[in-house]
Design a protein around this ligand. Structure first.
Ligand SMILES: [Zn+2]
Length: 390
């Protein structure tokens, strides 16, 4: 199939997203990855350098007669990140490599309302404005992640109440002219894994599943495509109308069985206690055989939900992140079995490969920072609208 002509923005985006993922590249492999001749690459790199988006340092090449300039993203580009969690709003400033220069957590009230969460945003944005102003830092992009953001938002956020439209107005007021992009937390976590994890298992289109406060997914595709990152609500497939009540109002959703709050309840802990135990909860409180069996039953349902999703939209790769990734292979097998049982033709015939990647919750605002870097790279460093949704 002949290749579609790319716009200038898309070509720049191909270069910048490759640099984001690789952390730096010599010219020949960069030209190959961006599908450009070395002469065209040279012209674009000249512009990107002049705009302060990339830098090139002389470094011995790993092959004989090779070039000596290593191209990477400019470390002086400043990005801001705001990540909303159940307990606080994390705010930070960092660079394109993921290094944070500043971060702060503004706690949420015990029983948050859209109004009180709005005040928390105002406080965080004021801190951010003061910090950047004192240092005369100009932000190139702001990434904002909100759990549960998406189709349900017009009826109120199901995880943390907040009025995204009103919050967007605060950015216009305090950071006029700086591009701001809101996204669902799962999209930010998908970005974080893809661009910050060394040896991330998938380079092309795949499904990313995140099991945390909720159960959600994102289709991940070529970064220069419009639908490069699409969140999906796979957590609300119902597996028995007599099951536990889900926050969406239905009974028996896969999320009501497998989210972190559901896991805490099964273990007889509060959610805070479970989070405090960290990644070692299985060692600290070994589950009884009965609990373990129930755990596997629930993981099997998670597998069914993922398999169903793949039946609707086939895809060759699935990355699973969240608490199931921390289990040993025996327990994780229940997820794999669920996918196999549900996927029409089975996993082998469908040629689906699976990978478990470690959970990335608790490191806020790193996911929002990775998302901000992705937005800047994907825009080719040529932002248009000041506020947009991803
Ligand atoms: Zn539900």
């Amino acid at each position: 199939m002949p290749e579609q002509p790319r716009s200038r923005r898309q070509t720049r985006a191909a270069i910048l997203t490759h640099l984001l993922q690789s952390g730096g590249s010599f010219r020949p492999p960069l030209a190959k990855a961006a599908r450009l001749s070395e002469a065209s690459l040279s012209r674009i790199l000249f512009d990107l350098k002049a705009e302060g988006l990339i830098e090139e340092v002389r470094r011995p090449a790993p092959y004989v007669g090779g070039p000596t300039g290593l191209v990477s993203l400019d470390r002086t580009v400043a990005l801001a990140a705001l990540e909303l969690t159940e307990r606080w709003l994390s705010v930070g400033v960092g660079d394109l490599s993921g290094e944070l220069q500043y971060s702060e957590r503004v706690p949420l009230p015990k029983k948050p309302t859209a109004e009180s969460v709005g005040w928390v945003y105002r406080e965080a944005l004021t801190l951010l404005r003061d910090w950047t102003r004192r240092r005369r830092i100009e932000l190139a992009q702001i990434g904002v992640t909100v759990p549960g953001l998406g189709r349900l938002s017009e009826f109120g956020n199901p995880i943390v109440p907040c009025d995204v439209k009103q919050i967007g107005g605060m950015f216009d007021e305090l950071f006029a002219g700086v591009p701001v992009t809101f996204t669902n937390s799962v999209v930010a976590h998908a970005t974080f894994h893809r661009y910050r994890t060394e040896n991330y298992p998938f380079g092309d289109a795949h499904l990313f599943v995140f099991v945390g406060q909720g159960v959600a997914g994102a289709w991940v595709d070529d970064p220069i495509e419009d639908d490069a990152l699409d969140p999906i609500e796979l957590g609300h497939m119902v597996f028995g109308t007599d099951g536990p009540l889900c926050r969406c109002g239905h009974h028996g959703c896969v999320e009501a069985y497998t989210s972190l709050p559901a896991l805490a309840e099964l273990l007889g802990l509060t959610e805070a206690e479970l989070l405090a135990l960290g990644n070692d909860w299985m060692i600290e409180i070994p589950p009884s055989p009965r609990v373990r069996q129930e755990l596997r039953r629930r993981l099997f349902r998670l597998g069914l939900a993922i398999g169903n999703t793949l039946n609707v939209k086939p895809c060759r790769g699935v990355a699973i992140s969240g608490w199931p990734s921390l289990l040993d292979e025996d327990d994780r097998k229940a997820v794999v079995d669920g996918i196999d049982a549900c996927l029409l033709g089975g996993r082998k015939l469908a040629q689906v490969s699976l990978a478990f990647v470690p959970p990335s919750n608790g490191n806020d605002p790193q996911a929002a920072l990775a998302f901000a870097a992705f937005c800047l790279a994907r825009s080719g460093g040529m932002p248009t609208a000041s506020t947009e949704a991803a």
